[in-house]
Design a protein around this ligand. Structure first.
Ligand SMILES: *Cc1c(COP(=O)(O)O)cnc(C)c1O
Length: 221
């Protein structure tokens, strides 16, 4: 009998176009559940806590691509950067500077997304759309020689209002397209990470290249 997780994943997979990356958000899940997702064919997992990530990396197959999606404190970089193929949640210049320093000292080239704050929530981490545009169009990012700026990550407002969610994703898409069309587009800039379990079908309409799906991947009913 197919496991529940395998059937969740098969059902979700069928809704994601080829060429869009399915990031299985595995934070707080036990390794057995990650192994079930791996056995179902998934290879991109995302974690939000440094110690939990570092531990899971040791316990699971080495061909997994690990993404980091949580708030990252600068004293935790050594638990995260050596293991991650992408840090999606870079939410401040301070963090970028710390990543640059760590990467230079350790001979790493680190792939990141800039986390953009578009939702209604006041306290959300991340850069405003205006600041993000300025950061790229001014060439400010070029000071970070050990960071590959691979794109943008954002979350829609936490609401049931699909119009509001669509409007947030449209803002992300327009920002992504503006930077992509700019003379100052970074060499690796290609990913738009928007959409989670509840809203990824909307995000796909607004150009998501990557969706981050946790609870729907692992739900047990
Ligand atoms: C937890 C989390 C997700 C996954 O959310 P679900 O609603 O469980 O799909 C996606 N992105 C980020 C940044 C998260 O923290």
């Amino acid at each position: 009998m197919e496991s529940i997780i395998a059937s969740n994943i098969r059902r979700i997979r069928a809704t994601i176009p080829a060429g869009v990356k399915y990031v299985v958000v595995s934070k707080y899940r036990p390794v057995e559940q990650l192994q079930a997702a791996y056995n179902a064919g998934e290879r991109i997992f995302a974690e939000s806590r440094p110690a939990e990530l570092a531990q899971k990396v040791q316990q699971l197959p080495s061909d997994i691509q690990w993404h980091f999606i949580g708030h990252l404190q600068t004293n935790k970089l050594k638990l995260v950067l050596p293991h991650c193929s992408l840090v999606q949640s870079v939410d401040s210049i301070h963090l970028m500077e710390a990543i640059e320093k760590f990467a230079a000292a350790n001979g790493l080239q680190v792939n990141i997304l800039v986390e953009v704050h578009v939702g209604a929530e006041e306290t959300k981490q991340g850069f405003s759309a205006e600041r993000t545009l300025e950061f790229f169009e001014s060439g400010e990012y070029e000071a970070f020689g050990h960071i590959n700026f691979c794109g943008l990550m954002g979350m829609a407002s936490h609401t049931d209002d699909n119009e509001r969610i669509a409007s947030d994703f449209r803002t992300m898409q327009e920002l992504f397209q503006t930077i992509s069309a700019s003379k100052k587009k970074p060499a690796h800039f290609q990913e738009l990470s928007i959409g989670m379990s509840q809203d990824y079908m909307i995000a796909l309409r607004y150009g998501a290249t990557m969706v981050r799906i946790g609870s729907a991947s692992f739900q047990l009913d």
